[in-house]
Structure formats: structure tokens, C-alpha cells
Design a protein around this ligand. Structure first.
Ligand SMILES: C[S@@+](CC[C@H](N)C(=O)[O-])C[C@H]1O[C@@H](n2cnc3c(N)ncnc32)[C@H](O)[C@@H]1O
Length: 309
């Protein structure tokens, strides 16, 4: 790649407006970064490599102006940092591109879309979380993007979704009832990933058993494919749970296997987000090794034309 190619978007790049260098770094399977200390474009490859060395502690701030109204969003058990979502959105869409988040929570995806001049629609079961998203958008002086309240399985059939062609489905689904069971007892003490259920609603995908969760998530993804353009991407956040004697709990692998049923979806691989602000717990100490899972998977899929696979 020549210097000039590294610094500007390639003339045949139909996906985004990233320079060659930005594209290259966005494909790393591990991102050690939080918010870069200077805008990405200003870093040389050497400076970036030095900055992203594992020894450099970096985390998205949870206080102050750079926290993206975390003081409001933290009422949700698992709000995602808009700065991280912005990086994903900038890779998978052009400015003014369309993004769908069927599990919008307190609006990490929507805030990131407003910050990066993308259009978006969210869907969220809980009116409370939608209200908090609105408050966060106001606090940040960002446009309130539309969030449709209800069960994604129903709302995805509505005309406002069906009539839109999205470039990216970016979402962070709830996990199965393994999480809601973690409210009490040992698992909560162990902080096994996210100990609080999102809602008490039976329609909450976090409140169903694991086989049902995998089946329903697959069917929701199939629904989103109807509104995703051919060539558009699906990016799913997934955090594995701690292994138990009954199950390895590698959700990311089970979800990829489940989504292989969808013939129009091609699995493109994953990136890992290392959440440097994740709490560490002395799980097995001082008797046995139990991993502290401080990373999440970004599972990346692309919609193919019928018969293209
Ligand atoms: C992991 S959270 C998303 C957090 C979000 N990325 C953010 O930054 O706030 C998953 C969300 O899905 C919602 N949810 C669960 N089941 C749903 C369903 N059937 N339809 C729509 N939303 C649902 C939950 O209320 C929860 O807020």
C-alpha cells in the first residue's frame, strides 16, 4: 500500500470512507483500544502500535464529558460505549448510511449514529430504557433518533422497518436465562458476566432458556435480513459466560453455529473487544484457576444475494 493509498479512501471502496490505514487497523482481531488519545487519522502506524501495546491501560471513561452521558446510561445493566460503536459504524457504513439495532437498550448504537452522521432506528422492549436514551441524547445535544417500543419479533414486521433498507444491523442481544438465574447466590457473587436481567418481561430474550434463546435470536436475525441490503453487515456483540459442568457456555460459538442455518448470511469472522474497564474478581482464588472474561466478541456476518454463497 503506497503512502497516498494509506491516507485516503480507495476509489473502489464502496463500503465506507476509511483510508487504507484505517481499514487495515479496523480488521485487527483484537482491539486493545479505548478512545484513541488523538484522532485515528493523526497516528502513524508505529505510533498506533506503541499506543495499543497491552501494557497501556485504556478504558472508555465513565465520568465527565467524554463518558457520553454514562451517568444516565448506567441505570442499564450493560450499556455499550458509543465511542466503541462509532468505530464499528464508521467501518461498516458511509456517512448517512442506515443502521438498525433491534435490542437498543439505552441507545449506545443510536448515540454513536448521531455522533457519526448516520441514520438509525432502534427497537427496545423497555419504555424505561427508551426514556433514558432520550435523556442521554438531550444531555449530549444529539438528535433523538427513533426507537420503536415493543418486542423485536413484532416490531420488525412494521412498515417503518420493512420499508427501509439498512446497511448495518448492529446489536447487543440479551443472553438466555442463564443470566437472569445469576441474580442470586454464587453466580452473582462471581460476577459471571452480567448478573442482572434487563426486564421481567417474558418477551425479554434474557428470560428464556438457552435452546429457546438460540432459536428466537436466529429467527430475529432472519427477520432483520429482510430489511438489510445485500452486501450489508450484521455485527453482534456476544460475551461468553463462565463454563459450568453442564455447558462450556461459549455463546459466541453456539450463536455462529445457529446462524449458519440462514442461507443468506455469510460468517466473516470475529473481532475481540478487550474491555479494560471490566472489574476483576478473585473467582477461584486461592484454589483453582477461573478466567476473568474481560473481552467480548464482535461476530461479523454479511448478507449475500440469493444463491451467492
Ligand atoms: C444488552 S442490552 C443492549 C444494550 C445496548 N447496546 C446499550 O448500549 O444500551 C439488550 C436489550 O434488549 C432488550 N430486549 C430483550 N428482549 C427484547 C425483545 N424481545 N425485543 C426488544 N428488545 C428486547 C432488553 O430490554 C435490553 O435493554
Amino acid at each position: 500500500m503506497s503512502d497516498s493509498e494509506a491516507q485516503q479512501p480507495h476509489r473502489r471502496n464502496q463500503l465506507n470512507d476509511l483510508s487504507g490505514r484505517e481499514w487495515l487497523y479496523a480488521t485487527r482481531s483484537i482491539a486493545l483500544t479505548g478512545t484513541p488519545p488523538t484522532p485515528l487519522n493523526d497516528l502513524t502506524a508505529e505510533e498506533w502500535a506503541a499506543w495499543s501495546a497491552p501494557i497501556l491501560a485504556s478504558a472508555y471513561p465513565t465520568r465527565g464529558p467524554a463518558s457520553a452521558a454514562h451517568h444516565i446510561r448506567k441505570a442499564h445493566p450493560s450499556p455499550k460505549p458509543p465511542a466503541l460503536l462509532s468505530e464499528i459504524i464508521r467501518f461498516f457504513t458511509k456517512p448517512n448510511g442506515w443502521v438498525l439495532d433491534p435490542f437498543a437498550g439505552v441507545g449506545g448504537t443510536l448515540l454513536a449514529c448521531a455522533q457519526t452522521q448516520r441514520q438509525a432506528i432502534g427497537i427496545e422492549l423497555s419504555p424505561h430504557y427508551i426514556d433514558l436514551y432520550g435523556q442521554a441524547a438531550d444531555a449530549l445535544n444529539l438528535a433523538r433518533l427513533p426507537v420503536l417500543q415493543g418486542d423485536a419479533r413484532e416490531v420488525l414486521n412494521s412498515p417503518s422497518i420493512q420499508q427501509q433498507r439498512f446497511d448495518l444491523v448492529l446489536t447487543d442481544p440479551p443472553y438466555s436465562s442463564m443470566l437472569s438465574r445469576a441474580r442470586t447466590g454464587q453466580r452473582r457473587k462471581q460476577g459471571n458476566g452480567a448478573a442482572t436481567p434487563f426486564t421481567d418481561d417474558p418477551a425479554d430474550l434474557g428470560n428464556v432458556d438457552y435452546p429457546t434463546f438460540l432459536r428466537e435470536l436466529t429467527s430475529i436475525v432472519a427477520q432483520t435480513l429482510q430489511s438489510l441490503r445485500v452486501g450489508g453487515h450484521l455485527v453482534l456483540f456476544v460475551k461468553d459466560l463462565q463454563p459450568t459442568p453442564e455447558h462450556h457456555n461459549m455463546l459466541h460459538a453456539d450463536i455462529v453455529s445457529a446462524l449458519y442455518q440462514l442461507s443468506q448470511l455469510r460468517y466473516r469472522g470475529y473481532r475481540i473487544w478487550y474491555d479494560q474497564s471490566a472489574m476483576l474478581y478473585p473467582f477461584g482464588y486461592p484454589y483453582s484457576f477461573v478466567a476473568n472474561q474481560v473481552h467480548q466478541f464482535l461476530l461479523i456476518f454479511q448478507k449475500q444475494a440469493e444463491g451467492e454463497l
